[in-house]
Design a protein around this ligand. Structure first.
Ligand code: NAP
Ligand code: MG
Length: 475
């Protein structure tokens, strides 16, 4: 079980507003409880982080920070099964996916453990009589708000680099998915960080989330979630003049040319939209396909979509439920509106019986790239098929959305692969593949309205540090 408390200044404490029930979306039953927090709790967490940054944690050298992160990685790795079980009950993720996510939080801590003492500045040639060097210094207190779709992975993705770089952190997960995160914090707490380096405050977005986003005491805000709330976080940060990192989702194209290896592409295309029931910021939601192979590919996809097994997370399905009723209704409305706008449902998997919030994977054809479903993030397992004429048309369609998170190009023509990749506006482009094992090492983030700032890889360390230049005049 995971406790219904916050972790502030090295202690587990109750939330000032009581507790909140957590729901298991596979069965619509209670999965546990979390602390409900507000301004007072967030204020205590930010103050504790500030004291840690100005105290012991701020004086902890890089190699020691790395060791602490590595301790956390090992503790998380040791408890993968328990974390996966909580994550699966809380979010409805099939156990296979939950295990992958539990391993990935450990991997994030491991990667940034190794990076902590390898982040350094430069020596800069300057005028005679001077020696100049730059340092990468932590920003201070970093605030982190994450959504419910990959709670364990995102905890690792946002916290580990901030800690490796020497920041003190205040973390607010989503109200819909906290149980595994709270347990992960117990393990992170055991790793031996000085009090105040890591703080956890759970609760509602409009209470705990808004209190953190509005707090004057942080030096950086990292936010992943909807564009609407991302804008609020950015506006609040403008008031306090501090940097923000925003990851606001995508409408990612998979561009398939006639010369693609379709046997290799087909399972990847299906997985990229059904993984986590389509509730993935980098879901491959637009299949942009050359018209000569359109019918052949669609026939194959229909067979595959009809055979996808949907069910409760603990029954080893291909996909589990949507996170909550509201999101389920949102996905249903998207499909209904697409049909009204002229798109057709080409295939739909079976919806299981029971009280879970299931939406069967759906393939939609006759989709115009200008239509609502092609332009907006569904956040459900709905793949839209959009045909193209030639390379220029493919590039135009791929880029013709407000988002720019990731993309894929499928072709055996090497020159075309690079030309198209160069022309697509996205933070990551895969050539003959899509998504790969969590990609902890690979810089990730948006262009256009997908947001800005980079997480993952070594690049993430630059977002949570500033360059300080030291100019020594020694004559
Ligand atoms: P959301 O409201 O943007 O939630 C993201 C995070 O922000 C959660 O921790 C949320 O807390 C918090 N939050 C909510 N209101 C806040 C406020 N006023 N101030 C500060 N923080 C606040 O997203 P959602 O409602 O869960 O999902 C809606 C849509 O967002 C989805 O359908 C999808 O299109 C998009 N989305 C994108 C991603 C992504 O990975 N880019 C992830 C999730 C959702 P609570 O959850 O406790 O309210
Ligand atoms: Mg839940």
């Amino acid at each position: 079980m995971s406790r219904a408390q916050n972790y502030i200044n090295g202690k587990w404490v109750d939330g000032s507003l009581g507790t909140l029930d957590m729901v298991n979306p596979s069965y619509d039953t209670k999965a546990g409880e979390i602390a409900r927090s507000g301004k007072e709790d967030v204020d205590a967490a930010v103050k504790s982080a500030r004291a840690a940054f100005e105290g012991e944690w701020g004086k902890t050298d890089a190699a020691t920070r790395g060791k602490l992160l590595y301790n956390a990685a090992q503790l998380l790795e040791k408890h993968v099964d328990e974390l996966a079980d909580l994550e699966s009950k809380d979010t409805g993720k099939p156990m296979k996916q939950a295990r992958t996510d539990a391993k990935l939080i450990a991997r994030y801590f491991e990667f940034y453990a190794g990076a902590a003492d390898k982040l350094h500045g430069d020596s800069i040639p300057f005028m005679n009589g001077y020696t100049v060097y730059s340092q990468r210094v932590p920003l201070g207190v970093t605030g982190h708000i994450i959504p419910w779709n990959y709670p364990l992975q995102m905890t690792g993705r946002t916290l580990a680099p901030a800690l490796a770089a020497g920041n003190a952190t205040v973390f607010k997960p989503a109200e819909d998915a906290c149980l595994a995160v709270v347990r992960a914090f117990e393990l992170i707490a055991e790793a031996g960080f000085p009090a105040g380096a890591v703080n956890l405050v759970t609760g509602l977005g409009e209470e705990a989330g808004a209190a953190l986003a509005n707090h004057p005491g942080t030096d950086h805000m990292a936010f992943t979630g909807s564009p609407e709330v991302g804008k609020l976080v950015m506006k609040n940060s403008a008031d306090h003049i501090r940097p923000v990192l925003l990851e606001l989702g995508g409408k990612s194209p998979q561009v398939v040319f006639t010369d693609a290896d379709l046997d290799a592409a087909m399972p990847v295309i299906v997985n990229a939209i059904i993984q986590n029931a389509g509730q993935t910021c980098s879901a491959g939601s637009r299949l942009v396909i050359q018209k000569e192979i359109h019918d052949k590919v669609v026939d194959e996809l229909i067979k595959r979509f009809n055979n996808i097994k949907v069910g409760p997370a603990d029954t080893d399905p291909d996909i589990g439920p949507i996170i909550n009723k509201k999101q389920l209704e949102r996905v249903e409305q998207f499909v209904a509106r697409a049909e009204e706008e002229g798109a057709a449902i080409l295939a739909q998997a079976q919806k299981p019986a029971g009280k879970g919030y299931f939406f069967p994977p759906t393939l939609m054809g006759r989709v115009n790239n200008d239509s609502f479903i092609a332009q907006n993030e569904v956040f459900g397992p709905v793949l839209t098929v959009i045909p193209f004429e030639d390379e220029a048309d493919a590039i135009r369609i791929a880029n013709d959305v407000e988002y720019g998170l990731i993309a894929a190009v499928w072709t055996r023509n090497n020159g075309r692969a690079h030309r198209v990749s160069n022309a697509i506006n996205a933070g990551q482009v895969y050539i003959n593949g899509y998504g790969a094992g969590g990609g902890v090492e690979l810089p990730f983030g948006g262009m256009k309205k997908s947001g800005f700032g980079r997480e993952k890889g070594f690049e993430a360390l630059y977002d949570v540090t500033a360059v300080k230049t030291v100019i020594v005049n020694h004559g």
